[in-house]
Design a protein. Structure first.
Lengths: 248, 341
């Protein structure tokens, strides 16, 4: 089973091609250029290098969100164009889960955190459990589903679980001192090789989802934002205020 | 040998998600538009983030519908043309990213198209005999440009707006007199019931060349008029305001544009853009062009609004001129007419 995976949910742009349990090619950059200038040229490079026949791909796996709204849409629109042209399905992989998959097999809590601005993070909590029935020997369990919210509250939850934890993601730099000052459970920070988005993780998780029959048609896919637009939020607040005024 | 050239056009620069197939730059085989206007009416104007979100939900369906209506498949398409600016950056990026990966996976040439050039090209679809050179006035919610179209893809800009676009002034005045969004069609309709000579609003002259436009002074004059009526407790005749405002806009557009046509010794003039479907503007140009012996071209309203057929048409002329875009094509929100050639 061959997957073409894309991740442009954060500052990293990453493309990968996998076949079953083999990574054939991956190209990952964390550089200032916009994803619209990097993502497709990178895929073009990988395609040439590994002599990829695009029609041999079984599905397009995409880091579907959360993440930067514009970054998500560049990735999603790219995936939707590829899937449309090749007539292949799209596998939507939750971004935070794909990040957690970097820490495959770790025996504590895995906490990916992405900067969501407005003093919030996109995050989730995951752990691996031994499962001899699986091909890889472990199964990733979701302890707390990916969400957008306050990092302080998440830290309190982690502390209450009394389990060691490893952090990764682009928001680590922002919150490292808070983590050090707050947590009493053992903690660590993932190193450069596994602390950011990798399309190979999207492909590996995407393969599991595809084997479970979880894919959508190109036209059905849309990003998982986890947040309304500012205008919708303000409108909802205005309407709530008006309702409350009316109730008094 | 295959002689006909089919271009698939994709457009997502503002609040319409559109795809179209056009043959040889002139013959529309399909022109599919998914409008978000009702959604944005809730907010009194286009909300960029909401527009971007809607584009990504519709882009595949609109493209599939365009191919189906044209009775062709991706295999029949010779090139893919996409708007890469000007417009809302997040909205543009959806169309650009989608068109790029579509062209990449299909191994088809990709042509990035300037949205304003697309509006001009709408005239090529409407009038099969129209060829450059001619003078074109592009008026929409975001643009007010007067240009000499010297050749396909070759422009000399005579003037543009110094502040608000004509359509923007319409939206602001419409809001002030309680008509809501979108302002253009609403003012146009109400103005039919009013007297265009009722209120003397100013006709701005700006700059040395006499071709530039300014509509913010006119907009302020309307707001001042409304305020002074309120102060004096006078009832505002909204139809007269709409008609007099519209007359002031139309007078300036007609005068500048036709001066340009005559100054450059041309006898062909075209209008383009969303405001080009305004009935008062069309009528004024029809009358004035007839008087001055100028051939007047105007696209049907469906081609004046943002659409992908015009992008495919402009893309066709770029394509046969040898223009190609790379996989690093980016959205350029403030792209100027004639840039990137």
């Amino acid at each position: 089973m061959k997957l073409l995976a894309l991740d442009s949910s954060g500052n990293v742009a990453s493309v990968a091609v996998t076949e079953d349990d083999r990574l054939i090619g991956e190209y990952t950059v964390d550089h200032g250029k916009t994803h619209s200038q990097t993502l497709l040229p990178m895929l073009d490079e990988v395609k040439k290098m590994i002599e990829l026949d695009l029609s041999s791909v079984d599905a397009i796996a995409i880091a579907a969100g959360p993440g930067s709204f514009t970054g998500l849409r560049i990735g999603s629109a790219t995936a939707k164009g590829l899937a449309e042209a090749l007539n292949k399905p799209i596998v939507e992989v939750p971004t935070v889960e794909a990040l957690a998959f970097n820490m495959y097999g770790y025996d504590g809590l895995i906490c990916p955190i992405m900067d969501a601005r407005r003093n919030q993070v996109y995050a989730g909590l995951y752990r691996f459990e031994e499962d001899p029935d699986t091909e890889e020997g472990y199964r990733m369990l979701t302890v707390k589903e990916q969400f957008v919210g306050d990092f302080g509250e998440l830290l309190a939850e982690i502390e209450a679980m009394q389990t060691k934890v490893v952090f990764l993601g682009d928001a680590v730099a922002l919150h490292k001192e808070t983590i050090k000052d707050t947590l009493h459970v053992p903690f660590g920070f993932a190193p450069a090789n596994c602390n950011r988005q990798h399309a190979a993780c999207v492909a590996a998780l995407g393969r599991h989802l595809l084997l479970q029959g979880k894919s959508v048609a190109a036209g059905e896919h849309k990003p998982i934002y986890l947040r309304l637009s500012q205008a919708e939020r303000e409108r909802a607040e205005r309407e709530r205020a008006e309702r409350e005024d009316g109730a008094h | 040998m295959k002689e006909d050239i089919l271009v698939l056009g994709i457009e997502s620069s503002c609040d319409e998600t559109a795809a179209a197939v056009v043959k040889n730059g002139r013959e529309v085989l399909s022109n599919v538009i998914s409008s978000q206007i009702e959604l944005h009416t809730l907010y009194g104007g286009v909300v960029p983030e909401i527009a971007s979100r809607k584009h990504i939900e519709k882009i595949n369906q609109v493209t599939e519908a365009a191919l189906a209506e044209a009775n062709c498949t991706m295999d029949d398409i010779d090139a893919i043309a996409v708007t890469y600016g000007p417009g809302l950056v997040g909205a543009l990026l959806v169309g650009v990213s989608f068109a790029k990966s579509l062209a990449f996976a299909l191994d088809k040439p990709l042509v990035g198209v300037n949205h304003i050039e697309g509006h001009i090209a709408a005239n090529y679809i409407e009038a099969k005999e129209l060829e450059p050179p001619f003078v074109c006035l592009i008026v929409s919610g975001g643009h007010t440009h007067l240009a000499v179209v010297e050749d396909y893809g070759k422009y000399k800009i005579l003037g543009c707006t110094r502040d608000d676009a004509a359509g923007e002034a319409y939206d602001k005045v419409a809001r002030a007199i309680g008509l809501g969004y979108p302002g253009g069609p609403k003012i146009d309709a109400l103005a039919k019931e009013g007297d265009p000579e009722a209120i003397a609003f100013p006709r701005a002259k700006v700059g040395e060349n006499g071709y530039d436009f300014s509509f913010s002074g006119l907009k302020s004059a309307v707001l001042n008029y409304l305020n002074s009526c309120e102060m004096k407790n006078e009832e505002v005749d909204r139809a007269n305001v709409a008609a007099s405002f519209q007359k002031a806009v139309v007078d300036v557009l007609v005068e500048h544009a036709l001066t340009g046509v005559e100054q450059y010794g041309l006898h062909k003039f075209a209008i383009a853009g969303g405001v080009a479907s305004n009935s008062a503007l069309r009528k004024a140009f029809e009358e004035e062009c007839a008087k001055r012996n100028i051939d007047f071209y105007r696209p049907s309203p469906i081609l004046c609004t943002d659409n992908a057929a015009m992008i495919a048409s402009a893309g066709y002329y770029d394509y046969i001129a040898g223009h190609r875009s790379g996989w690093d094509l980016n959205a350029i929100p403030n792209l100027k007419l004639g840039d990137g050639k």
